[in-house]
Design a binder for this molecule. Structure first.
Ligand SMILES: Cc1ncc(COP(=O)(O)O)c(C=O)c1O
Length: 386
């Protein structure tokens, strides 16, 4: 650390120089991220609420009321009349909260000590962190030939130690939606906590449905669903970090509550203590600013781009792995490995794609910053590399 203060301009110059090493979403080269540039109106609100600490809500009653309203709006979007939950740092924290609620609930009401969680291989790695922190055993449900949970395999994996079943609405690698209605039935009949990870799909499936797309039920309409992760900082265009965890019952927050003696509230259920109010306020503002119509238009446009990319890839001769359900495409070259193609794409024009693991394939997430013009440039390069 320097001894004497340094001039602001000098510091800013240094930071600007360092920041030049970052990629910019607007360059359209980031093709494998579920994050995107936040909407300018979201950024404007964010700055206003930078000092608001949701960890001590008695001091920031206004911001806390914004969080409560945001949870209600998202709850309604997911067909829940009265929602409980929080705007947290992202899908990871939301999933950890869901699993903690399930574990504590099972410990309290079923006396389960060595809990197990059933989840598909396609589940996000955040569940591995949750299981590790809470000493839970992961039981992997099989995937069917379409890379979705094989419902029958769930039946086989349920034991007296099962504390939760997890399904995904918008898998990280392929953007697929698990058969949530059937799993909800199984969970409900067996009195097991059921969490839906809709970190990616939660902000688009309801809007795409409204725009006439056909999707199966995935939310609180299904009686077995206990909680849903839905991230404003992915398809909601909110500034990071903004994840959402919505619970059906207050009880799930209560079983996680610990005493918080020196604060303005008596207990706290979130993992994080001091919590950002800025991204919550930005999320609230953007929900109002876009409205259902605005988000439908956004999700619809990104689906159009997805179909455009899929058809164009097939015309060139690439193999698209599955019919896209959301705005993610996975594809392969007929002979080159995805790792090799990914390297070549980076070399030819700086494209940053990601490589999916199950199955091995190039994975493209068609977020708001990826325009048709970028896609045409990308396709031109793919033609050259074919
Ligand atoms: C389905 C799903 N759940 C959870 C997460 C974790 O979200 P975050 O990176 O915001 O913690 C992701 C991230 O890509 C995801 O795709």
């Amino acid at each position: 650390m320097n001894d004497l203060p340094i001039d602001k301009d000098e510091i800013l110059n240094e930071l600007d120089l360092i920041q030049q090493n970052d990629l910019k979403y607007s360059d359209g080269r980031i093709l494998g991220s579920m994050c995107t540039e936040a909407h300018p109106f979201g950024k404007e609100i964010y700055i206003k609420f930078l000092d608001s600490n949701l960890g001590d809500p008695g001091l920031f009653k206004g911001t806390k009321s914004i969080e409560d309203k945001t949870v209600q709006i998202i709850g309604k979007l997911l067909n829940l009349d009265k929602a409980y939950g929080n705007i947290v740092t992202g899908g990871t924290e939301a999933n950890i909260m869901a699993i903690r609620a399930a574990r504590n609930h099972a410990r309290k009401y079923k006396n389960i000590k060595n809990g197990e969680i059933i989840l598909p291989r396609s589940a996000h790695f955040s569940f591995k962190k949750a299981a590790d922190m809470m000493n839970l055993k992961i039981i992997e449900a099989d995937l069917d030939e379409n890379y979705k949970i094989d419902v029958e395999s769930i039946m086989d994996k349920i034991t007296d130690n099962t504390v939760a079943i997890v399904a995904i609405a918008g898998t990280t690698e392929l953007g697929l939606i698990d058969p949530i209605e059937e799993i909800s039935k199984i969970a409900h009949e067996n009195n097991i906590y059921f969490h839906v990870d809709a970190a990616f799909g939660g902000f688009s499936i309801p809007f795409l449905k409204e725009a006439g797309h056909d999707y199966p039920e995935f939310d609180f309409k299904l009686p077995g669903v206990c909680s849903i992760t839905v991230d404003p900082h992915k398809m909601g265009l909110a500034p990071i970090p903004a994840g959402g965890i919505i619970f059906r019952k207050k009880e799930y927050l209560k079983v996680m509550a610990v005493d918080s003696p020196y604060l303005t509230v008596k207990t706290q259920s979130t993992i994080v203590g001091t919590r950002l109010g800025a991204s919550t306020a930005a999320t609230y503002g953007l929900l109002k600013y876009f409205g259902r119509k605005g988000y439908s238009k956004l999700a619809g446009r990104l689906m159009d781009n997805t179909y455009f990319l899929k058809e164009s890839l097939e015309k060139i001769g690439y193999n698209v792995i599955v019919e896209p359900e959301l705005n993610i495409i996975a594809f392969n070259h007929p002979t080159k490995s995805p790792e090799k193609l990914s390297e070549e794409l980076e070399k030819i024009n700086g494209w940053k794609v990601s490589v999916a693991n199950c199955p091995k394939a190039i994975r493209i997430v068609l977020m708001n910053h990826v325009t048709k013009t970028h896609l045409k440039e990308f396709l031109d390069d793919l033609k050259k590399l074919y």
